[in-house]
Design a protein around this ligand. Structure first.
Ligand code: PEP
Ligand code: MN
Length: 678
């Protein structure tokens, strides 16, 4: 029996749903109309287009409203970030090419390859319509542009795995063309074949060399397979489809696979979770950009054969307050072992400080060419751990300001230099995922002591995220007192934690116990935790010091602050400056609590080190009832965050049940935390 008979209530409900969806789209259109009016008002004044403070306010407001209506705050935040981004693009467009409404664009490749999809996205985000022409080679694309057949050439210039596309830079160096825009585009690579064959049955994989390089780790896992380069991933898909040979497969976009009737054997096979391609739009003439739009300027520079020549060039940018977003070197053509540099910095050539800096650079460099100045789109999106908003402003407990980094009263230690506040007076901000820990932010890490199953970690991730936690914690290698206790799910558990983090949109942190685990765990975890029992495992400290991953260094249960900072120094001395300290309680004669939470360590550390410091009141007290008050106190005394153990059913937890909060208890901890402001 069909579930969709005319009398079915589902049909009715679907109609209602359709109407709601239409209303949402209409409201978005209305929002854009208002945005248009604001853009006009701004056009009359010298107001910056991007107003980060205002954007943060809007996001915090809609997130709070969503939470109060029982829908996911972070999801709402994500949707509105996209809406705001689009609105900003439209405002920028109105200040850039306002005379044009239609452009013709040449790109390299065929329809349905990323190059075309990205060109369409770029044109649409500027509120324009476009005519798109795919050509076989870069030379043909440039030829179309220089011979005035098209308005723009849209070319990939850089990839988050493979780096810069040298051919495009060569064109920019040799030709009188100008970058007038940029965009970044997510590349999704899949493996497709004529039939649903098992991977070991494959013998050959076709694709563009760049696409093959971007999924090299996946292909290396299929030792029986040979690769064949193709000019275009779409050609590769077509060749596989036409061959009808089930031992062949191709790498390319899911859109192209579907267009050729192929079966997707595996999706998202790229070496990194997210592969982004940066594109540039080239035109015959530069396009002046209004000063209110945040811009990037790109240039090519060759330095003189003198000591410190590059340094002097970079100093010039620094002196004029121009922040560098890219610096890359490549060989100078026909000059063995000489290099030129590709530089991008934030700034608009119409600003006087940029013009002066460029003049100074010209006197310093052997060769300098400005490639273009254009609205910035591809810049890292990081946010400091957001404020947790109180449900009601009226009941805010205002703690007095804490520990402004004064001159430490103690003599400098000989055990640590890099960690010393005296070496660096500014607070260090440590980036985890898209989040910055330290400074004025307050970060909440939450999750179970141990990952016990895929379901429990995913459910917990969603709960803690919806209540405002930023980072998901969970142990998979557990340092247990006795060998018969649950030792953690190991790498299998790590996959569960990583999947839960991904589903909830949260970075993850997990403990590593031995140097051999470091590389494996670093591949999947956003942050590595060194547990209390390993704080002085110097081999482990050296190992995490060698990888490019932030480290959460817990205080040893019998360690002094001095020893703790010396342990941090081991990591810094190996070259990894991304250390966050975590106070988790120390052994004292007191037996009413599992450990004695030393909150005074927070104020001492804020004085002695520039590294961020967070507090773990779960291990610090060992008793569920004491966790929330100590978390609030941690915030009041100036910690940069807390780590909290949360379990769906603490009494059944495989480790640390006594100190784990259930979901409602975590909710009330977060509500309380919102009332403490420093
Ligand atoms: C943990 O965080 O689960 C843990 C084992 O903590 P600690 O090393 O502080 O005991
Ligand atoms: Mn624990």
């Amino acid at each position: 029996m069909s579930t969709d008979s005319p009398v079915s209530p589902i049909a009715d409900l679907r109609q209602q749903l359709d109407k709601t969806d239409d209303d949402i789209v209409r409201l978005l259109a209305r929002r854009l109309e208002t945005v248009g009016l604001i853009a006009k008002a701004k056009a009359e004044k010298a107001t910056q287009i991007r107003d980060p403070g205002r954007e943060r306010e809007v996001l915090a407001r809609v997130e709070a409203l969503a939470n109060s209506l029982g829908i996911s705050g972070p999801l709402t935040r994500k949707i509105f970030s996209e809406v705001i981004d689009y609105s900003v693009s439209r405002q920028v467009a109105s200040l850039v090419d306002s005379e044009r409404s239609h452009v013709s664009v040449a790109y390299q490749g065929q329809p349905l390859t990323y190059n075309q999809l990205a060109a369409e996205q770029y044109v649409a985000s500027r509120g324009l319509t476009g005519h798109f022409i795919g050509l076989g080679s870069l030379t043909q694309v440039i030829e179309q542009l220089t011979s005035r057949q098209v308005d723009l050439a849209f070319l990939p210039i850089e990839n988050t795995i493979a780096g810069s596309m040298n051919q495009v830079y060569d064109v920019l160096r040799e030709r009188e063309l100008h970058i007038v825009g940029e965009d970044s585009f997510k590349i999704e690579l899949c493996l497709a074949a004529v039939a649903d064959v098992p991977l070991p049955a494959l013998r050959r994989i076709y694709s563009h060399p760049l696409a093959l390089e971007q999924c090299s780790a996946f292909i290396d896992g299929l030792p029986q397979v040979q690769t064949t380069p193709f000019a275009d991933s779409r050609d590769a898909m077509r060749a596989v489809a036409e061959s009808k040979d089930p031992t062949l497969a191709a790498v390319g976009s899911p859109e192209a696979a579907r267009a050729h009737g192929l079966v997707i054997l595996h999706s998202e096979i790229g070496n990194q979770d997210e592969i982004l391609m940066r594109y540039v739009a080239l035109a015959r003439a530069p396009l002046p950009v209004d000063e209110r739009v945040s811009c990037k300027t790109s240039l090519i520079l060759s330095t003189r054969h003198e000591k410190g020549a590059l340094l002097r060039c970079l100093q010039i940018l620094g002196e004029y307050g121009l922040s560098l977003t890219k610096l890359e070197s490549r060989p100078r053509p026909n000059r063995p072992w000489e290099y030129m540099f590709f530089i991008d910095f934030e700034g608009n050539v119409v600003e006087p400080r940029v013009a002066t800096a460029l003049e100074a650079l010209r006197t310093e460099a052997l060769y300098l060419k400005v490639l273009g100045c254009y609205p910035a789109k591809a810049t890292p999106q990081v946010a400091q751990a957001s404020e947790i908003k109180p449900a009601s402003e009226a009941i805010v407990v205002d703690a007095p300001p804490v520990a402004a980094p004064a001159k430490p009263a103690v003599r400098a230690s000989k055990h640590y230099k890099l960690a010393d506040r005296a070496t660096r007076s500014q607070d260090t901000l440590v980036r985890v995922g898209d989040l910055l820990i330290g400074g004025d932010g307050f970060v909440v890490m939450a999750g179970p002591c141990s990952v016990e199953s895929a379901e429990m970690i995913e459910k917990t991730a969603h709960h803690v995220r919806d209540k405002g936690a930023h980072i998901l914690r969970g142990g998979v290698f557990k340092p247990r007192t006795g060998p018969y206790a649950f030792q953690g799910l190991g790498l299998e558990g790590l996959d569960m934690l990583a999947a839960a983090g991904k589903a909830a949109g949260m970075p993850i942190v997990t403990e590593v116990m031995s140097p051999e685990q470091v590389r494996l765990v670093a591949e999947k975890s956003d942050m590595l935790q060194i547990g209390a029992r390993n704080m002085q495992n110097f081999a482990l400290l050296n190992a995490v010091g060698k990888v490019d991953r932030p480290v959460l260094l817990k205080r040893g249960m019998s360690s002094t602050i001095e020893e703790w900072l010396a342990a941090a120094e081991y990591i810094l001395a190996q070259g990894n400056g991304q250390v966050v300290l975590c106070e988790r309680g120390i052994r004292t004669f007191e037996s009413a609590t599992r450990n004695t939470l030393d909150l005074s360590a927070v104020v001492v550390l804020r004085e002695r080190t520039h590294l961020p410091i967070i507090v773990d009141p779960s291990h610090g007290t060992g008793r569920r009832a004491y966790v929330a008050p100590m978390a609030w106190a941690a915030r009041a005394c100036g910690a940069h965050g807390v780590a909290i153990e949360v379990h769906p059913d603490p009494d059944k937890a495989l480790s640390d049940g006594d100190q784990s909060l259930n979901y409602p208890e975590f909710t009330s901890l977060m509500e309380g935390l919102a009332r403490v402001r420093v």
